[in-house]
Design a protein around this ligand. Structure first.
Ligand SMILES: C[S@@+](CC[C@H](N)C(=O)[O-])C[C@H]1O[C@@H](n2cnc3c(N)ncnc32)[C@H](O)[C@@H]1O
Length: 300
């Protein structure tokens, strides 16, 4: 027997006996595949719950599953976001459907839901909520799932028909149809025309300056440009929202607005708020878990 055939036979033998531990080890050798991605891939292919994968290390994998895992891992190693391959992203523990027409929900954005949850818990009345620039709908869906009884209605709004189709899938999958509405709108335009008014506005708008060259290459290559960039050094949508608070919010009741912001935008936004709002409403900025200024919060 030649050496090569021996090697092949040996490989075949190994490849027929691999378990999850072996595959995790194999994937960990590629620095472009994070551990959580590796677990997510194994979970997706084997249908073992994500939380159970590390308790199933001795479980043997079929050749078919092994091949699928390797195929997905190769795409991830080449830079394709895992969420687009799997068709979902876990956001606050909720499985959110995504595709190439929606931004992949980010960890930073999860905190917006915390601000909303705190506000809802300290106010008794049933809330009307706007998820503005909804994309996949991750923010509004999470708020609805986490505050079942205290919500009257959630409006999901975006300019992209294709993104709103994904929002719709997430609403249906989570059985939120009876309290959700979808409005296609160029930012606030259609909402204002419809005379919609809200207690809570949550918004992660496009906020990258058109001239910013410091954008992650995978984001640039795979995620929709319309979800990323905004005019006026990235401030365009904040300006529009701030100057329309009285039109879009139920200012006679308790109100909350939360915006995700770029980590370099706090100073510019402070000047804008001083100019446009003065002392009319209270505002503050909060940091994310990475210690970056990430949220603008406005209340009455
Ligand atoms: C940064 S993404 C946020 C998506 C989602 N809320 C999230 O946090 O993952 C911004 C979203 O704004 C939408 N968008 C861009 N321009 C818009 C406009 N003029 N009016 C309304 N939505 C817009 C994009 O389609 C995209 O879905």
């Amino acid at each position: 027997m030649t050496n090569n055939v021996k090697k092949l036979k040996l490989r075949y033998k190994i490849v027929n006996k691999f378990n999850i531990k072996f595959v995790l080890n194999l994937l960990s050798k590629n620095e472009k595949i994070g551990k959580s991605d590796a677990i997510e891939i194994i979970s997706f292919v084997t249908k073992i719950e994500y939380s159970e994968v590390l308790f199933s290390l001795e479980k043997e994998l079929s050749r078919k599953h092994f091949r699928q895992i390797i195929k997905i891992s190769k795409s991830v190693a080449k830079g394709k976001p895992l969420a687009y391959i799997l068709g979902y992203k876990i956001f606050r523990g909720h499985k959110i459907i995504v595709n190439k027409n929606t931004l992949i929900p980010r960890m930073e954005t999860e905190q917006i839901v915390d601000f909303a949850n705190d506000f809802i818990k300290t106010n008794n009345s049933k809330m009307n909520i706007l998820d503005l620039c909804s994309g996949s709908g991750c923010i509004g869906v999470s708020v609805a799932l986490e505050n079942d009884k205290d919500i009257n209605k959630i409006v999901f709004s975006d300019i992209s028909k294709k993104a709103l189709a994904v929002t719709k899938l997430n609403i249906i999958k989570n059985q939120l149809n009876n309290k959700s509405e979808i409005v296609k709108s160029n930012f606030l335009d259609a909402l204002i025309t419809n005379k919609n008014k809200f207690n809570i506005l949550l918004c992660n708008p496009p906020y990258i300056d058109l001239n910013d060259e410091d954008v992650d290459s995978s984001t640039l290559k795979f995620e929709p440009k319309i979800a990323l960039y905004a005019k006026d050094e990235g401030l365009f949508f904040y300006k529009k929202a701030i100057t329309n608070i009285d039109v879009i919010m139920k200012t006679e009741e308790k109100m909350l607005l939360v915006f995700e912001i770029g980590w370099k935008q706090k100073n510019d936004l402070e000047m804008l708020l001083q100019k446009e709002l003065g002392l009319k409403y209270n505002w503050k900025f909060e940091k994310d878990y990475f210690n970056n200024w990430r949220y603008l919060i406005i209340k009455n």
